[in-house]
Design a protein around this ligand. Structure first.
Ligand SMILES: CC(C)(COP(=O)(O)OP(=O)(O)OC[C@H]1O[C@@H](n2cnc3c(N)ncnc32)[C@H](O)[C@@H]1OP(=O)(O)O)[C@@H](O)C(=O)NCCC(=O)NCCS
Length: 155
């Protein structure tokens, strides 16, 4: 189940051009992606952010805008899980931002640990959206492991 919430853009969220400040959006992204991931995990899970696939601010957002934030778990790896998080204007189906955010589960020594035992229930992608982003995450994983400097090839 996706998590969903609303944000009201206020003057303190704006940059000197009068639009939503990108750094603020990234902070909300990290927080809402984390909430979306934690909704599937037992309370003792300890997650850190490992990666964000893409940062692209698509549209300007003005004071007084209502944003809808939706976060869906789309991939579970060995030590990692990934959510698809999107921001859109509530009164206008305009997606202003989207990202796949990957978290790594840590043990008590701050090292990656298997995430599967922390899940409230086993995950496998079922909706079209989950299947699409599962494939996107899998492609990114393949590209990373084929890239120079991937594990076993560190300088
Ligand atoms: C999280 C951390 C312990 C992972 O250590 P690491 O040696 O990079 O671990 P690994 O290379 O084994 O990768 C761990 C997982 O992350 C995934 N991963 C690695 N690089 C990634 C990237 N760029 N994007 C998405 N996922 C990535 C791997 O595929 C692996 O997933 P899997 O176990 O499900 O297959 C370490 O990178 C760290 O402490 N980073 C700082 C985290 C932080 O401070 N975040 C900000 C504050 S929350």
């Amino acid at each position: 189940m996706p998590t969903e919430s609303m944000i009201l853009i206020r003057p303190e969220h704006l940059n000197h051009h009068g639009f939503l400040y990108g750094g603020r959006l990234l902070e909300w992204l990290d927080e809402h992606a984390y909430i979306g991931a934690m909704a599937h995990l037992k309370a003792e899970a300890n997650l850190v952010t490992k990666g964000i696939d893409r940062v692209e601010f698509r549209h300007q957002v003005r004071d007084g805008t209502l944003l809808r934030v939706r976060s869906t778990l789309v991939h579970v790896g060995h030590t990692s899980l990934t959510t698809y998080t999107s921001f859109e204007k509530a009164r206008d189906p305009l997606k202003i931002f989207r990202a796949l955010v990957t978290f790594v589960a840590l043990d008590e020594h701050g090292q990656p640990r298997p995430v599967e035992p922390l899940l409230l229930q086993p995950f496998s992608p079922s909706t079209d959206e989950e299947k699409r982003y599962w494939r996107e995450v899998e492609s990114a994983r393949s590209r990373r492991s084929a890239a120079p400097g991937a594990s076993g090839q560190k300088p």
